[in-house]
Design a protein around this ligand. Structure first.
Ligand code: SF4
Length: 333
């Protein structure tokens, strides 16, 4: 016997309740998997429910305008996920006659869907016996097998995928979710894993060898690049100036607060305001904010002030409909 049977039994008895675990609708499962890629499970729930209420079908997602789509995503970050969702929905509607792909290969051909997501949807929604291997699963696997190979290596991931495929039971969706659940609540990424309550401890070679704390092995990530900006909150009677970002790159097509590279001195701030045509009314408030993206950290010095009414040379007055990404929303007073 391998660990699949006790693992799935444990999952079925102990799984946490999430709305995406109550459906077999591939569209809803796909949405949850994309949202869960970079965001904590509990944080995803309200976004998931709001998104599905607003756009209950693939067709609705394909047709929604970009601003409305990005507002539904506002706060989740990594907005390329939302754009890829829509690109995939358009592809399903226009090239596949509205039929959601029901195979691993078909899913993999959708924009924004990689091997992990394709495996998760194929197994959970369609019962295909394909693994879904992400960082959680790799960690659990390294410990179960007492494997000291570097889990960031593509070859290691490919081997784990192959080996998992060999032991997958028929209930592939439950098996994949059980491995993820074990990684999320028992075989933890940070802090000591809860081996005392692990349903597969009897199969765990790292536990037997006393090497749990040394696993998994992964090469260190490069440190994040730091960027500094001076960000302006130009307010007039509760409104403030926003600008549309370029169509490509970080936070593409989203709104931003006017800003400039580097920390400006008092004199430079005054010169910037003059050049922008903004006339301060009263005192300036200056404070700091930081925002962390995957590879970049923004250190922001925020200059917040009331200004006389004027027409910004670039941008528009915020009227409550533009969604500001979190990096800028956190700069508001
Ligand atoms: Fe992870 Fe401990 Fe279970 Fe091994 S026994 S799989 S290290 S929680």
């Amino acid at each position: 016997m391998n660990f699949a049977k006790p693992l799935v039994a444990w999952y079925q008895a102990n799984k946490r309740d999430f709305p995406w675990r109550e459906t077999r609708d591939p569209y809803a499962i796909w949405l949850s998997e994309i949202m869960l890629q970079q965001t904590r499970t509990t944080a995803v729930i309200p976004y998931y429910e709001r998104f599905l209420a607003a756009l209950p079908t693939v067709g609705d997602l394909a047709r929604v305008d970009e601003d409305a789509l990005l507002r539904l995503w506002q706060g989740l970050g990594y907005y390329s996920r939302a754009r890829n969702l829509q690109r995939a929905a358009v592809k399903i509607e226009t090239e596949l006659g509205g039929a959601f792909p029901n195979t691993y290969e078909g899913l993999l051909a959708l924009p924004g869907v990689g091997p992990y997501t394709a495996g998760a949807i194929a197994s959970i929604a369609f019962g295909q016996t394909v693994p879904a291997v992400d960082g959680n699963v790799l960690r659990v696997w390294a410990r179960l097998r007492n494997c000291f190979d570097d889990i960031t290596q593509t070859a290691v991931k490919a081997r784990v995928t192959r080996e998992l495929a060999e032991i997958m039971p028929q209930r592939a969706g439950d098996f994949n979710q059980a491995l993820m659940e074990l990684g999320a609540v028992v075989c933890l990424p940070i802090g000591a894993p809860r081996c005392e309550s692990c349903p597969v401890r009897a199969f765990c070679k790292a536990f037997a060898a006393g090497t749990v704390e040394q696993l998994p092995v992964r090469t260190k990530k490069k440190p994040r690049k730091k960027e500094r900006y001076t960000v302006f909150v130009l307010q007039n009677e509760g409104s403030f100036v926003v600008q549309k970002r370029p169509k490509t790159g970080l936070l593409a097509s989203l709104y931003q607060l006017p800003h400039t590279v580097g920390f400006l001195t008092q004199e430079e701030i005054a010169a910037w305001l003059t050049a922008f045509g903004a006339r301060p009314v009263g005192e300036l408030a200056v404070y700091s904010c930081t925002h962390i993206f995957t590879h970049i950290e923004w250190e922001m010095r925020v200059v917040c002030l009331e200004v006389s009414p004027f027409t910004p040379p670039v941008g528009l007055w915020y009227d409550g409909t533009q969604g500001l990404p979190t990096a800028f929303a956190k700069c508001l007073p």
